[in-house]
Design a protein around this ligand. Structure first.
Ligand SMILES: NC(=O)c1ccc[n+]([C@@H]2O[C@H](COP(=O)([O-])OP(=O)(O)OC[C@H]3O[C@@H](n4cnc5c(N)ncnc54)[C@H](OP(=O)(O)O)[C@@H]3O)[C@@H](O)[C@H]2O)c1
Length: 530
């Protein structure tokens, strides 16, 4: 896997975003962001739109509408968008592209539970369609607190904005026939419920207004290059498939470690915790990518059918099993980034008797033919030694050691590590002879780094996801049954933990996490160093 061999020059490289556009064209679109002045919109969504515009990936006719609470004129909102893009875009903005993207941006102020907002929004949408002389696809991005997801969806339904035809009190623009049906979709941010019951209720409410094919539930990990690369590695290379089962794979470890604490997010985090924040969604999705069967094709339903089968094969713990399968803890004081930091319970906004976990680890099994008996270890936490998200697949040791005892000392089982962040890439650990007169072996890594092998910059996850939603491709979004299957696994753990008051075990900030996590490991297994 030489980096040089895989290097693609920018001129030869296909643009990863515009590639395949002929297959799934992006229709003329109006994108409406609810929560348009929020943190996510400013840091991720607006910069993603700019970068799509920069790459020529947006349709020629593209309109942006922001909806949120505070009153302000369109011009002020446009200036805020420009500032956010200048501050957070991965590229220095080209002023012409920026001007043209935001030329017609509109802002609709109001509270989400007021029907007037939706009537005003309908007028703006119709106005754009009158100008265009044709129906435009409508994408509603719910970048709001989760409590507003059903409120907004139901209001869109009441106002007639969820329908592919008609739309708004005035119906379709003059000249539009049945064949001019528009695409209408809703993108829903995470978290999708905080329990199985909530997620099911939310699904019911959303699906009473939209069809499943119109719903795009975001799990932004699915937009990351390395996560998609897991499918490329597995299904575009013959060498892994014969090994990819319980006969050759010993265990799988998935880690999502952060070195930072909760920052100013106590209000959200103290009600969520590591299990709900990261494991229930992102990490179970990563597990699905490791464990799924090859889909017959890369269509949204084929891929998601295979992922759901994995989730259904995971044994959800009974209340008695939770203690054996799951560990939780909170960070205490320690050192991070070279300075002293406080423990979780001293963070501003955290309840002083909080039993919310900042670290969670699980040991799961996928009870099917391919994976029976292979443990999948998952851990996620804040204030750990460093920031890293990775999937490590460890192969079984060789069956017989032919070398002398001294020569064999450095032999380790092969390990394939996919790093999702930072430094996206793949590394394969092999045993190699140390140069010299003796037969001594030690592990070496064959590395593939995105930054070195592909000179083009990877798009941000939100760029890919917004574009896919506009194309109507839901492959990288979570389906209703997938979300519920994820909750089925996590619900018993959440319930068992909520029933037990604190205090929780503590781990030192900046460390490898709580020692209790080791107890989840089968004999001979150990957590990788973070
Ligand atoms: N921020 C992130 O990095 C991140 C990451 C992953 C997922 N998410 C998810 O993305 C969503 C948005 O998060 P955020 O961090 O952007 O939230 P935020 O910064 O609190 O922004 C909330 C937005 O909603 C508007 N708003 C609040 N109450 C309203 C009401 N009653 N009526 C109308 N507008 C109202 C606010 O408008 P005003 O400014 O006018 O008050 C603001 O535009 C959440 O579901 C979150 O879980 C966020």
């Amino acid at each position: 896997m030489s980096a040089a061999a895989a290097t693609v020059s920018p001129s030869a490289a296909e643009n990863p975003l515009t590639e395949g556009l002929e297959r799934l064209p992006v229709p003329a679109t109006t994108l409406v962001i609810f929560g348009a002045t929020g943190d996510l919109a400013r840091r991720k969504l607006l910069p993603a739109l700019y970068n799509l515009a920069h790459d020529g990936a947006l349709p020629e006719r593209f309109h942006l509408v922001g909806v949120s609470r505070r009153e302000k004129p369109h011009e002020d909102y446009r200036a805020e968008c420009m500032e956010a893009i200048r501050q957070f875009s991965r590229r220095t903005p080209d002023e012409d592209v920026l001007e043209s993207l935001l030329e017609q941006v509109r802002y609709v102020p109001g509270v989400f539970d007021d029907d007037e907002v939706y009537a005003s929004l309908a007028e703006v949408l119709e106005d754009f369609e009158r100008q265009a002389g044709q129906p435009l696809a409508r994408i509603f991005y719910l970048s709001t607190a989760p409590a507003f997801f059903p409120v907004i969806v139901e209001a869109l339904g009441r106002e007639g904005l969820a329908h592919r035809d008609g739309g708004g009190a005035e119906g379709p623009p003059a000249g539009a026939g049945e064949q001019d049906e528009r695409q209408v979709a809703v993108i829903i941010e995470k978290p999708f419920g905080t329990s199985l019951a909530e997620a099911s209720e939310l699904n019911q409410r959303v699906l009473s207004v939209f069809e499943e094919s119109q719903v795009f539930r975001i799990d932004h990990y699915l937009g990351k290059e390395t996560v998609q690369n897991m499918m490329a590695f597995r299904f575009a290379n013959g060498m892994f498939e014969p090994l990819w089962n319980r006969n050759y794979i010993d265990s799988v470890q998935i880690t999502a470690a952060e070195d930072i604490g909760i920052g100013g997010r106590a209000g959200y985090y103290d009600r969520a915790g590591a299990l709900r924040d990261l494991i229930q969604n992102h990490m179970l999705q990563l597990l699905c990518h490791v464990a799924m069967e090859p889909p017959a094709s890369f269509t949204a339903d084929e891929v998601r059918n295979e992922k759901v089968k994995v989730l259904h094969a995971i044994h959800a713990p009974s209340a008695d099993e939770v203690a054996r399968m799951a560990v939780r803890a909170q960070y205490g004081p320690g050192r991070a980034g070279g300075s002293e930091v406080s423990g979780y319970l001293e963070e501003e906004g955290v309840r002083e008797d909080s039993n919310t976990e900042t670290f969670a680890a699980l040991r799961l099994e996928v009870d099917n033919w391919r994976w029976a008996g292979v443990p999948f270890y998952l851990r996620a936490g804040k204030r750990l030694a460093r920031k890293v998200t990775e999937i490590a697949v460890t192969l079984k040791p060789v069956p017989h050691l032919a070398f002398s005892q001294e020569g064999s000392l450095g032999i380790r089982p092969n390990q394939l590590v996919l790093t999702v962040q930072p430094n996206e890439g793949v590394s394969l650990q092999l045993g190699a002879k140390i140069p010299g007169t003796r037969m001594s072996i030690r592990p070496v890594n064959m590395e593939f780094l995105y930054g070195t092998s592909f000179l083009s910059q990877s798009p941000e996850a939100y760029e890919r996801l917004i574009l896919d939603a506009m194309r109507g491709d839901a492959t990288l979004f979570t389906r209703n049954d997938e979300v519920e299957a994820q909750w089925q696994i996590c619900d018993p753990i959440v319930s068992a933990w909520e029933a037990e008051p604190g205090p929780l075990p503590q781990y030192e900030a900046g460390s490898q996490g709580p020692r209790q996590a080791r107890e989840l490991m089968a004999e001979g297994h150990a957590w990788r160093s973070i």
